[in-house]
Design a protein around this ligand. Structure first.
Ligand code: MG
Ligand code: ZN
Length: 221
């Protein structure tokens, strides 16, 4: 396997971090209406994009620092992630973070580990009374999911026809990316979804597991 033909696309919330940061922010800072919006997203009454936009519009822009600080204090990075980043560098495998999270907490949490140009996530604007989410990675013509941050569109933009695509994720928001992948490394709800859609996957809990999975493949490739 030629290392420079591989690319890794790794989710952030619940994959690199142990739990979901948007949920943590809403639980701590939002008025109780956020819960109803979350339920509408889960029941697919509204798109992820609409739901995330509405949830953050419940939060005053002046809370930016407090929210960022809260996440930096409380978010836990999954075991082995630093070692995994070093591994991809040694192997020369490009590692992209594709996240439905927001820049003002994703980027500080990854600072010093991942270069900003390798991070794809949603943006934010604090000029108004409440937080306005920006969508620099919207769906391309081949996706009509109204994803917000469209993982399949990002993958289509970055790969060449012969790129071996490795997708790492944990949830429903990784499913469309997993469908495009040559190899899926999954945990939690994404495992169930892969099984339902007959997508082959390797399960993981820590990034040491992820490294073992990738090293094993290298030997046999
Ligand atoms: Mg996730
Ligand atoms: Zn999309």
């Amino acid at each position: 396997m030629n290392a420079n033909k591989q690319m890794i696309f790794c989710d952030f919330d619940g994959t690199i971090t142990n739990s979901d940061n948007i949920i943590a922010i809403m639980k701590k800072f939002a008025p109780k209406e956020w819960d109803e919006i979350k339920n509408q997203v889960l029941s697919q009454e509204i798109s992820i994009k609409e739901g995330v936009g509405k949830m953050f519009s419940l939060l005053p822009s002046k809370k930016k620092e407090a929210i960022t600080e809260y996440i930096l204090d409380h978010a836990e990075i999954r075991e082995g992630f630093n070692e995994f980043v070093a591994f991809t560098k040694e192997e020369g495998i490009p590692l992209y973070i594709v996240s439905g999270g927001i820049d003002f907490f994703v980027e500080p949490l990854l600072e010093g580990m991942i270069e900003e140009e390798n991070i794809y996530c949603n943006g934010s604007d604090f000029d108004g009374e409440t937080i306005n989410i920006l969508w620099p990675n919207e769906c391309d013509v081949d996706c009509d999911n109204d994803c917000g941050c469209c993982k399949p569109s990002i993958i289509r933009k970055l790969v060449k026809s012969d790129t071996y695509k490795i997708v790492i994720g944990d949830s429903i928001t990784d499913l469309e990316a997993a469908k495009l992948a040559d190899q899926v490394i999954a945990r939690d709800f994404l495992i169930k979804k892969c099984e339902e859609h007959s997508i082959a996957f390797s399960p993981f809990e820590t990034f040491y597991d992820v490294m073992d999975i990738l090293k094993k493949r290298k030997v046999t490739a």
